[in-house]
Design a protein around this ligand. Structure first.
Ligand code: BES
Ligand code: MN
Ligand code: ZN
Length: 497
């Protein structure tokens, strides 16, 4: 879908979208159209008892006087309360309403005058942003014409607004971020027969065209570095494990470095501690943490952020096999610490242990944030609504939660505590990879913390939010690209001059 902004007069054919607030007041263009059509709009609004609630919509086809034009009236709720996030949702609703109509192109009139917080140009940007995010679909494996479960949306959406140039500039920057979100969504949606660790590293290489430096390490190099923990997870797979390092140097030489580290298990069978069959297909998105990191790098480089950001993703496939690791194995991580593998299904932390250590030792970043679909337990704690956040630094945790709030991604802080740390001690090695039944997401975070020396660090468990099993305001059911926008915002707010 092509989105554009124009100051020009209203179209005389196609679809015209008029936004109506809860007060029922029509803007100037709407009033003039109402007049041209001898009151067709106000009549329809009355007849339908249209109140302008958010999400309410009303279509008027070929009204007398402008027969070539169809009108879609959309409710926006209390117009005076519209803020960026609410306007994004309205934009998504406009997109969805148009999708239900045979509309290939439409113009949205943005011309609020009274008692509205946001400027019309800002509103137009936010509406466009919402429509853009809602436009994502993963349908490349649907081959039968006409069997698309979701109707396609309009090809063109024009926002008619004063100061169109201002809206256009702001939207273009947003579009770079949305490209990152969609890239992450594509990666997460890909089935695992295609999505091997090498396929993933090839996707990372595509970021080169945005100016990102991409390095890929294979198993031989990781073995040399002593990454016995990460490698143990992939040893049962015929597909080679990969570690990808992505660097975006948009900031000054002496500016701080943010590092983002992701769990990229391209399929998690559980290994020898195999998962039950029911729902195992969900484990195609066990690389969601890597998806967040790659998507965020895409967004940050795409909008040419003036910041230095490093992305590192550990890519492995966790399979049962004659060569797979066994429960009871003891592996040595790059840090030198040894790990007794009690459960081969607690593999994400084994991958992150080496990816975190490597990032810290090689780059000495000023901040580290990792992302992982790490535990089912975080879904028990926070449902499918919030990502769980752990941090060794209060200020860092606050900044991340706040960045999430700004962009509408829900993140909830969870506790780290020594008593949980003790629960992963074992007499046979420096630690074991699982704790007791309770607090499973916390012991996983404690495990990761053992691979952090003294740098501000945060860990986000996105097991519940990387994928949605229901439609959300800004997306169809499926991959969310969660935290791509939050990380872009976090960098913008705290690490850009
Ligand atoms: N990838 C899973 C976590 C997961 C579960 C993500 C469900 C999304 C949905 C992870 O590797 C895992 O298997 N964790 C185990 C840990 C346990 C063995 C200590 C879990 O949560 O059951
Ligand atoms: Mn697992
Ligand atoms: Zn996993």
């Amino acid at each position: 879908m092509k989105i554009s902004f124009a100051e020009t007069k209203l179209p005389t054919s196609g679809y015209l979208v008029l936004l109506v607030g809860g007060d029922g007041v029509l803007g100037a263009s709407a009033k003039s159209i109402d007049k041209t059509t001898k009151g067709a709009i106000s009549r329809a609004i009355d007849a339908r008892s249209f109140t302008g609630k958010t999400g309410e919509s009303l279509a008027i086809f070929a009204p007398q006087g402008i027969e070539k034009l169809n009108i879609l009236v959309m409710g926006v709720g209390a117009a005076k309360d519209l803020d960026t996030l609410q306007a994004q949702k309205v934009g998504a609703q406009v997109y969805k309403a148009l999708r239900g109509l045979p509309a290939t192109s439409a113009s949205v009139v943005v011309e609020f005058s009274r008692d509205v917080k946001m400027k019309n140009a800002e509103l137009a940007t936010a509406l466009a942003a919402g429509a853009r995010l809602r436009d994502y679909r993963y349908d490349k494996f649907l081959t039968k014409a006409g069997s698309k479960p979701i109707p396609t949306g309009p090809d063109r959406l024009v926002f008619t607004v004063k100061a169109a140039a201002v809206a256009r500039r702001a939207y273009n920057e947003f579009a770079a971020i949305a490209d990152g979100v969609d890239f992450a969504r594509d990666l997460v949606s890909e089935p695992s027969n295609i999505k091997s660790p090498k396929w993933m590293s090839a996707q990372c290489r595509k970021l080169t065209k945005l100016g990102v430096k991409v390095e890929v390490l294979g198993e031989a190099q990781m073995k040399k570095l002593g990454m016995g923990s990460l490698l143990s997870v992939g040893q049962g797979s015929v597909r080679e494990s990969q570690l990808v390092i992505m660097r975006w140097n948009g900031g000054a030489k002496n500016a701080k470095t943010v590092s983002l580290i992701g769990k990229g298990v391209t399929f998690d069978t559980g290994g020898i501690s195999i998962k039950p069959a029911g729902g195992m297909e969900d484990m195609i998105w066990d690389m969601g943490g890597a998806g967040t990191v790659i998507g965020a790098m895409h967004a940050i480089a795409g909008r040419k952020a003036k910041a230095n950001v490093i992305g590192v993703v550990g890519l492995v496939e966790n399979m049962p096999d004659g060569n797979a690791q066994r429960p009871g194995d003891i592996v040595t991580s790059m840090s030198g610490q040894t790990i007794e593998v009690i459960n081969t299904d607690a593999e994400g932390r084994l991958v992150l242990a080496d990816a975190l250590w490597y990032t810290q030792k090689r780059f000495k970043p000023d901040v580290m944030i990792d992302f992982a679909t790490l535990t089912g337990a975080i879904m028990v704690a926070l449902g499918r609504e919030y990502a769980g956040l752990y941090a060794n630094d209060d200020a860092l945790a606050e900044k991340i939660v706040e960045a999430g709030q700004t962009v509408g991604e829900k993140i909830w802080r969870m506790p780290l505590d020594e008593t949980f740390d003790k629960q992963i001690n074992t007499p046979r090695a420096d630690m074991k990879n699982v704790g007791p039944r309770w607090g499973g997401s916390i012991t996983a975070a404690q495990f990761l913390q053992r691979f952090i020396s003294d740098v501000p660090w945060a860990h986000m468990d996105i097991a519940g939010v990387a994928w949605s099993d229901k439609e959300l305001p800004l997306m169809e059911k499926g991959a969310a690209g969660f935290a791509v926008r939050a990380m872009d915002q976090f960098v913008r707010e705290n690490y850009e001059n």
